[in-house]
Design a protein around this ligand. Structure first.
Ligand code: FMN
Length: 197
């Protein structure tokens, strides 16, 4: 059995990093963890850009208002969703289904007879990218690295610096480095089970 829960329990949001570079193979292992994430209809919307040159780091740090969490991280992963991947793969799904004698995209019905929509859209692209991002976060923990999701940044500035096309949606800026802090666990609900009334 592979123990996942310890990595999940040990993870903390890390906002202060050592002045120590992150090995390239560790970054690659994180990206691999993202690549292998599940996604709706296997559409694999997740994309990641590695900001590690002085120019790229300066741009993402400025876009994030020079937040301390990004200032001393040696690497920042720009986590994104390729919403355009949808259209390409939708076409592929359409072709596959059209070739099947049982499939009729126009009248596709659920078990209850309701119409089924295969259109995934931006929302699902972002959900899929979030799952992949958290895979990377947990892989980082397993290698002694720290990260923190960072949602506060100027998307337009990041888009402009990296010349991102319209079909790419930004999700989060994820600083990566060796932790220089050991935060205590943040409080959690005693249970997330929903007990029906
Ligand atoms: C989607 C998401 C967005 C977040 N955005 C930020 C952020 O912008 N800045 C920040 O400092 N922390 C951010 N966090 C980290 C949360 O504050 C943190 O996960 C939460 O307080 C629990 O602490 P822990 O991660 O140490 O367990 C974010 C976390 C998630 C999952």
């Amino acid at each position: 059995m592979v123990a996942i829960l310890p990595a999940i329990a040990d993870r903390r949001s890390i906002r202060v990093f050592l002045d120590r570079p992150v090995e390239q193979e560790k970054i690659e292992a994180m990206i691999e963890a993202g690549r292998l994430a599940p996604s709706s209809i296997n559409l694999q919307h997740f994309r990641v850009l590695v900001a590690e040159t002085p120019e790229d780091l300066a741009a993402v740090r400025a876009a994030a208002y020079h937040l301390p969490a990004l200032m001393n991280a040696p690497v920042v992963l720009v986590c994104m969703a390729d919403v355009g991947a949808d259209a390409e793969l939708q076409q592929h799904i359409g072709e596959v289904m059209a070739a099947s004698p049982k499939a009729d995209l126009g009248t596709l019905r659920s078990g209850r007879g309701n119409g089924l929509s295969l259109k995934m859209g931006r929302e699902w692209a972002l959900i899929n990218a979030a799952i992949a991002t958290e895979n990377m976060v947990l892989q980082a923990v397993s290698m002694g690295l720290g990260t923190v999701w960072n949602h506060h940044f100027e998307h337009d500035e990041v888009r402009a610096h990296f010349n991102l096309p319209d079909n790419v949606a930004l999700l989060t800026l994820l600083p990566v480095g060796y932790p220089a802090e050991t935060p205590p666990p943040r409080p959690r609900r005693a249970s997330v089970r929903w007990n029906p009334a």
